[in-house]
Design a protein around this ligand. Structure first.
Ligand code: SF4
Length: 582
C-alpha cells in the first residue's frame, strides 16, 4: 500500500499572500471587524475559523452596516472590477488590496487592449469572481468563452485579444485557443494561466495515471479544486473530492492499494495533513505488510509517548554529564512529568484550538477519557517519587507541576490583554524548554542532595536549547494553522526568516558552548558527543520545508528523535570511555 501526497498541494502564492495580509491586520485590529469582499478563500472551514476571529465575509457592499467600526475591507486574491472598487471607496473604509499580482497582470493586459479598441475574449468560468473582475476591466468590450462552442457563436470581430482565467484548465484553454485562431488568425493571445495552476494540474494528471485512486481536498465551491477532481478522474481513476478528513469514504478507499492526494490552491495545510494522516493510518491498519515498528513509532508520536521517551533520554544524558549514578527513578519522573504536562495542557486547551488541525486532533477527540486519566496518574506518580526522594525533590516537582498546570489558567481579570501565561507571545516555547531542562538536568542533583555546579548549568542550557529549537521548528511547520486560530507562536510573531535566523544563532551557540565546556568549566568529554543531536536538529531545520510529501506526525517524530539521539550519544560515550573522558 502507498499514499502519495502531491508536492503542489495546498495554498498557492496568491492565496497565501492574501491570508497573510488579513492575519497580519487581524493581529492589530483590536475588537474591530475586518470585512472580506467575498469569502477570502474558497474553503468553508477556513472561512469559519476566520469569522471567529472577527474576519467576516460580505458578498454585497450593502451588507456592511452604516457607520460600522471596521478595521478595513479586504479585496481577495481574485481581484474585483473597477466599478466595484469605486463602490468600496464610497463606503469610506480602509481598503486592503490582496489581489494576486498575477491576476493584476491579466487586469493590466485587458485594460491596455480595451483602451486600444480590442475585443477582449476571456477564457474562463461564467460567474467566477476572478472572471467577473476581469470583465469589469473590458468596459463593455469583453466576451466570455467557457467552451469551444462559445467561439462558434461569436459575432464577427475586428481586433481580438485573448486572455484566460488564471486557474483555467490547461487542456480546455488550448482547445479554445485553437478554435479562436481558426476564426481570428490575427488575434493576440496571452497565456495567462498561472504557472502554479499548470504545475498542480500536470502533477494531478500524472499522479492519477500512477495511482489506483485519487483524493482531491478542497472546497466544493472552489473551481480550481473541482477542476483537479475532473482531471484526476479523466483516466478512469476512482476520484473522491472531500472538504475534510471526516468526509473520506473509508470503505471505498479500503479497496485500493495506491492512493494519490492533491488539494486546491485554497486548501490549508492543516486540512490536507489531516486527510493524509487519516488515509495513511487506515491504510496501515488494513495492511499486514506495513512495518509494525513504523506503525508503533507513529502511534507513540501521536500519543506523546515518544516525547516522554525523549525526556527520559535527556534526563539520563544530564545525569551522565554531571557524573552521577544514573537512576531509573529520575528517568521515569522526567518521562511521566513531560507526558502529564503535554497531555493535560492539550486537554485543558483543546476547546481554544490548541490541537486544531494537528495530527493529534482525532486521537484526542476519540480517547479523551484515556488521555485525562493516564496524564493524572502520571502526574501523581511523579509527585509520589518526589515524596520518596525527599522534601527538596518533592517541592521542586510540585513547583514545576504547578507551573505546568497554571500555564493555561486564566489568572488575570477578563479584559486584560494577557490573562494567562499562555497569552504571552512566544511563552509556550520558553516554558516548555524551561520545564524540560529543569526536570531533566536540575531535579536529579536536587533529589540526590548534590550541589548545583557549572556542569548542571551547561546540562540545563543544552536541554533548554535543544527543546526550544525543536519546539520552534514544530511551530514553523504549523505556522499556517496557528495564524488562523490566532496563536502567537514565535514564527507567527517574528516571521519565517527571523525565526530561521534565531534558530541558526541558538544552534551555533549550543555547538560553541559544548565545544568549549571541557576547557572552560571542566565538564567531561561527553559535551563533544552532545554536538551530534544539535547537528541532527540543525539538518532537520535546513530540510524541514523541502519535504512536502511527509505527513505531520512523521515530521514531528523526526524532530523529536533529536532527544533519542542525545541519549544514544551519551550512552555511546559512556560505553566507549567508561564515563572517564577522552
Ligand atoms: Fe495567484 Fe495563481 Fe494563486 Fe490565482 S492560482 S491566486 S494567479 S498564484
Amino acid at each position: 500500500m502507498s499514499v502519495k501526497l502531491a508536492e503542489t498541494a495546498g495554498f498557492c502564492m496568491g492565496v497565501k499572500r492574501a491570508v497573510d495580509m488579513v492575519l497580519e491586520l487581524a493581529q492589530h485590529k483590536g475588537q474591530e471587524t475586518i470585512y472580506t469582499y467575498g469569502p477570502l478563500i474558497h474553503n468553508p472551514q477556513t472561512v469559519e475559523l476566520l469569522r471567529k476571529r472577527g474576519i467576516v465575509p460580505v458578498t454585497d457592499i450593502e451588507e456592511i452596516p452604516a457607520g460600522t467600526k471596521a478595521a478595513g475591507i479586504i479585496i481577495r486574491a481574485h481581484g474585483i472590477s473597477p466599478q466595484e472598487r469605486k463602490l468600496l471607496l464610497g463606503k469610506n473604509l480602509k481598503i486592503i488590496d490582496a489581489t494576486c499580482p498575477k491576476v493584476g497582470r491579466v487586469q493590466a493586459i485587458i485594460k491596455k487592449h480595451a483602451a486600444r479598441d480590442f475585443s477582449i475574449l476571456i477564457i474562463g468560468d461564467a460567474g467566477h469572481p476572478e472572471v467577473n473582475g476581469l470583465l469589469g476591466y473590458t468596459f463593455g468590450k469583453g466576451l466570455l468563452l467557457a467552451a469551444v462552442e462559445d467561439v462558434h457563436r461569436l459575432p464577427p470581430l475586428d481586433k481580438v485579444c485573448v486572455v484566460a482565467q488564471t486557474t483555467q484548465s490547461v487542456d480546455e484553454y488550448h482547445r479554445i485557443v485553437a478554435a479562436v485562431r481558426a476564426r481570428f488568425p490575427d488575434a493576440i493571445i496571452f497565456d495567462t494561466i498561472c504557472d502554479s495552476t499548470e504545475r498542480r494540474q500536470s502533477e494531478v494528471k500524472s499522479l492519477a495515471e500512477e495511482m489506483d485512486a485519487m483524493i482531491i481536498v478542497g472546497g466544493r465551491n472552489s473551481a480550481n479544486t473541482q477542476r483537479l477532481a475532473d482531471l484526476a478522474a479523466l483516466p478512469g481513476t476512482p476520484t473522491f473530492h472531500v472538504e475534510t478528513a471526516e468526509e473520506l469514504p473509508v470503505e471505498q478507499l479500503a479497496a485500493h492499494e495506491k492512493i494519490g492526494i492533491s488539494a486546491g490552491a485554497s486548501t490549508p495545510n492543516w486540512i490536507i495533513d489531516r486527510v493524509v494522516d487519516t488515509v495513511t493510518t487506515r491504510q496501515a491498519d488494513k495492511s499486514r505488510q506495513v512495518n509494525s515498528i513504523f506503525r508503533f513509532w507513529v502511534w507513540s508520536v501521536r500519543t506523546d509517548l515518544y516525547s516522554a521517551l525523549g525526556a527520559g533520554c535527556l534526563a539520563s544524558t544530564a545525569m551522565l554529564f554531571q557524573e552521577m549514578t544514573v537512576r531509573f527513578l529520575y528517568i521515569a519522573v522526567a518521562s511521566l512529568y513531560v507526558y502529564a504536562m503535554h497531555t493535560l495542557n492539550r486537554f485543558i486547551n483543546r476547546k481554544t484550538g490548541s490541537i486544531i488541525g494537528s495530527f493529534r486532533e482525532e486521537s484526542y477527540r476519540r480517547h479523551e477519557g484515556q488521555y485525562l486519566s493516564t496524564s493524572v496518574l502520571a502526574l501523581v506518580f511523579s509527585l509520589g517519587v518526589g515524596i520518596l526522594s525527599g522534601r527538596a525533590a518533592f517541592l521542586f516537582l510540585l513547583a514545576m507541576s504547578t507551573l505546568g498546570i497554571l500555564y493555561n489558567a486564566q489568572l488575570a481579570p477578563s479584559g486584560w490583554p494577557f490573562r494567562s501565561i499562555r497569552d504571552l507571545p512566544g511563552s509556550k516555547n520558553i516554558t516548555v524548554a524551561f520545564a524540560w531542562a529543569a526536570i531533566a538536568a536540575v531535579l536529579p542533583p536536587v533529589a540526590e542532595k548534590m550541589p548545583l555546579t557549572e556542569t548542571t548549568a551547561v546540562s540545563f542550557a543544552f536541554i533548554f536549547g535543544i527543546v526550544f529549537v525543536r519546539s520552534v521548528l514544530s511551530d514553523l511547520l504549523g505556522v499556517q494553522s496557528d495564524k488562523l486560530v490566532g496563536k502567537e507562536t514565535i514564527p507567527v510573531l517574528i516571521g519565517n526568516d527571523r525565526t530561521q535566523q534565531l534558530l541558526n544563532t541558538i544552534s551555533l551557540t549550543l555547538v560553541v558552548m559544548l565545544a568549549a565546556a571541557t576547557t572552560l568549566v571542566r565538564t567531561v568529554s561527553l559535551s563533544y558527543f552532545l554536538i551530534i543531536p544539535v547537528i541532527y536538529i540543525w539538518i532537520c531545520f535546513r530540510l524541514y520545508d523541502r519535504k512536502p510529501g511527509l505527513i505531520g506526525v512523521v515530521k514531528e517524530g523526526v524532530l523529536e528523535t533529536a532527544y533519542i539521539i542525545a541519549g544514544l550519544s551519551a550512552w555511546a560515550w559512556y560505553l566507549i570511555f567508561g564515563g572517564k573522558g577522552l
